[in-house]
Design a protein around this ligand. Sequence first.
Ligand SMILES: *[C@@H]1O[C@H](CO)[C@@H](O)[C@H](O)[C@H]1NC(C)=O
Ligand SMILES: *[C@@H]1O[C@H](CO)[C@@H](O)[C@H](O)[C@H]1NC(C)=O
Length: 198
Amino acid sequence: MFKVRNGFLFLVLAIGVMGRNTSSDLDEDCELNAVDTMHDFCCDLHEEGPQFTECQREWHDKIQYSTDEEEQSYMFCTAECTFNSTEILGKNRQSLRLRQVKNHLESYLVNDADVDLLYATYVKCDKHAISLMPHTGVKKLAKRLSSYGCHPYPGLVFECVANEMILNCPAKKFQQTAACKETRNYLKQCMQYLKYKA
Ligand SMILES: *[C@@H]1O[C@H](CO)[C@@H](O)[C@H](O)[C@H]1NC(C)=O
Ligand SMILES: *[C@@H]1O[C@H](CO)[C@@H](O)[C@H](O)[C@H]1NC(C)=O
């Protein structure tokens, strides 16, 4: 099961990495926090969990994507579905229930330092996601997602947590696969690009 899922993730990643290196691609992807790394789990601390797998299956049935936009909708709805089933999403779907986040992390992580690292990441990503909401690209996305009954906030948080955990994973917990290393390099490039632009 694990191998199959990895194969799937690798495929998604491979598609994502192709053709994302002109500067306008960097611009768009980096601004939106590299939307297509959302489903890359490269740090052992940030695991997929059964809810994610279940939601992937559910939304794969609901959105049989053939375009990048549909694939993005699939990813955002999968993220929201996962947050729904772990009960960490506030009622308005634009906030996190931080107490629940902590409980959830404590339910699968043994080490206090790991819980603290991920918790701080969620706090940071909540703010980040809220700051992205007014952007034109996100508003367009919100419109598309609404036809599936989904909201952009959960996916923006999900994406941010994935990115942060790829960039800040403790060295021993980072999966040294070609795909993960490539994603990390890409994200580093993004960070540099955004810093340079600012
Ligand atoms: C795109 O990236 C590849 C590998 O990172 C590099 O070899 C190639 O020169 C890049 N192309 C452009 C147009 O930047
Ligand atoms: C998540 O839960 C909210 C509130 O119950 C619901 O409106 C929404 O459709 C759910 N989202 C997904 C993707 O299942």
